[in-house]
Write a protein that binds this ligand. Structure first.
Ligand code: SF4
Length: 490
């Protein structure tokens, strides 16, 4: 029996035939979903449910049983009411719509719900596949819409689903993306029903539109110091080099056009060692005024605004770590803030910053756009902090990232990255490897879960400890990097 091709299969097939084949024929090679991905699924589910409120007369079709779903759809379709998640199957093609809305006597509109704030190419392919299947199954489709988050929505009391979401008509675009769809479906059906796994070269599609789950497997032969380490090189150019046999940084001939930073990388690949512009590093270090405040924030940015006055995806800071050093090479004092309870953490967060950032001295961060942006947004929402932020804080902020993104210092062990996670181990003995929480995305997830989720007290305390340790390491990392840089220019 021919294997089913679903709309998610179709999207995988567009990304890569091999990924599609593995998904249908050798699923155990796909790694388990990580916590972040599972959270995305659950957030998507919550948004989907909220979206159904826009159609109060609609009916949900239980989705736990595949055949049941098809049967229920058949029964309910004649009622001519909006249907949530109706399923259709025809000629080994299976698709479930987010919402089908009846129009006039016998037509339907497809409404696809997405958590993004704009229409993406992959959404158009998604809806094009759906439309093809529904029409093949005998439905008359009038128009197609993408119902996505309205980034201009401002919460005022209860969430208003009809304002949180905005519907963008995509009928014309869907027509465009339907061109050649039948042929693509035929090709994909052949792939999934074949015993032979397609042989696909690595390419731009390995992380576009999504990171491929079997990337580790396909990329295992890419050596260290490869052209993929080139700092901010366009993917297209990198693959052109790779496909032409120029794999390692020291394979790159002189006539290949590189920017200054990429030239440094290539030179180090030939000569070894690290790159340091001592004058630039010295100037940066001398620009720091003591006391120095080493600062780092953690935030969440929920699609559904949590508090009045907030927009979708607006950042809510819930934690900071601060190491204070009164004088050069002096003792460190650590101060931290981690929000308690479910109320808006921003007033206490800002007040605690105000209490601890003093009146003078540099405030050192790693990627100032983030910390400045968060404090600026908070000062917009809490005007009592505006003057303090604009006049006392803004001008004191120094960005340690400048040293690395300008390549004043570069060590090939950074593998082309200037993220603090890569910089820290090359300048100190510290690293994030052994931490329970290793990055900001996981920190946000843990905070959201322990604050708004249904968790036991022991788990909540464990999450708090892990968050404290993680954020503290972020500012200790800044201290250690400064120390490391000082040693380098001695
Ligand atoms: S890593 Fe790249 S080549 Fe391998 S399956 Fe994924 S998309 Fe295809």
């Amino acid at each position: 029996m021919a294997k089913l091709l679903t709309k998610s299969n179709y999207l995988l097939g567009l990304q890569c035939p091999k990924l599609l084949w593995v998904t249908k024929n050798d699923k155990q090679r796909l790694p388990e979903h990580d916590e972040i991905t599972l959270k995305k699924f659950s957030d998507g589910h919550i948004l989907g449910e909220l979206a159904t409120k826009v159609f109060p007369e609609g009916q949900d079709i239980p989705d736990d049983n595949f055949m049941e779903n098809l049967r229920n759809t058949k029964k309910l379709i004649s009622k001519r009411i909006p249907l949530f998640e109706p399923a259709f199957m025809i000629d080994s093609l299976y698709s479930r719509a987010d919402v089908l809305v009846p129009v006039g006597e016998d037509e339907w509109d497809i409404v696809e719900v997405k958590s993004a704030t704009r229409v993406k190419e992959t959404n158009l392919h998604d809806v094009a596949f759906q439309k093809y299947v529904y029409e093949k199954a005998g439905l008359k489709i009038r128009k197609c819409f993408l119902m996505h988050i309205n980034n201009q929505y401002v919460r005022d009391g209860e969430i208003e689903p009809s304002e949180l979401f905005v519907q963008t008509e995509i009928s014309e675009k869907v027509e465009e993306f339907s061109e050649g769809l039948e042929f693509r479906i035929e090709e994909m059906s052949k792939i999934i029903n074949s015993r032979e796994e397609p042989n696909c070269k690595i390419g731009f599609n390995c992380s576009n539109p999504y990171d491929c789950p079997i990337k580790d497997e396909c990329w295992k032969d890419v050596p260290e110091d490869s052209v993929f380490d080139f700092y901010r090189m366009l993917k297209k150019k990198t693959f052109e080099l790779y496909d032409s046999g120029i794999v390692k940084l020291n394979d790159v001939p002189e006539n290949v056009k590189l920017n200054d930073k990429q030239q440094i990388q290539r030179r180090l690949a030939f000569d070894g060692g690290k790159h340091i512009n001592k004058l630039q590093v010295k100037n940066f270090l001398e620009s720091l005024k003591y006391p120095v405040y080493y600062l780092d924030f953690e935030t969440i940015n929920p699609a559904i605004p949590k508090f009045d006055g907030m927009r979708p995806y607006q950042r809510i800071p819930f934690q900071f770590s601060l190491h204070v050093q009164e004088e050069e090479s002096g003792e460190l004092r650590h101060v931290s803030f981690l929000a308690e309870g479910m109320s808006d953490p921003r007033p206490k967060f800002m007040q605690s910053l105000k209490d601890n950032l003093g009146e003078k001295g540099s405030i050192l961060v790693y990627n100032q756009g983030f910390e400045k942006g968060v404090m600026n947004e908070c000062s917009g929402a809490l005007p009592e902090f505006r003057e303090w932020y604009d006049e006392n804080i803004f001008t004191r902020i120094k960005d340690l990232w400048d040293v690395f993104k300008d390549f004043s210092y570069y060590d090939p062990k950074q593998e082309g990255s200037t993220s603090i996670k890569y910089v820290l181990p090359v300048l100190s003995d510290l690293s994030y490897d052994k931490m329970d929480i290793k990055d900001g995305a996981l920190a946000s997830l843990k905070y959201e879960r322990m604050t708004y989720g249904d968790v036991e007290e022991a788990e909540r305390l464990k999450a708090r400890r892990a968050l404290e340790r993680y954020c503290e390491l972020d500012t200790l990392a800044e201290v250690e990097i400064i120390k490391g840089l000082k040693n380098k220019i001695k």
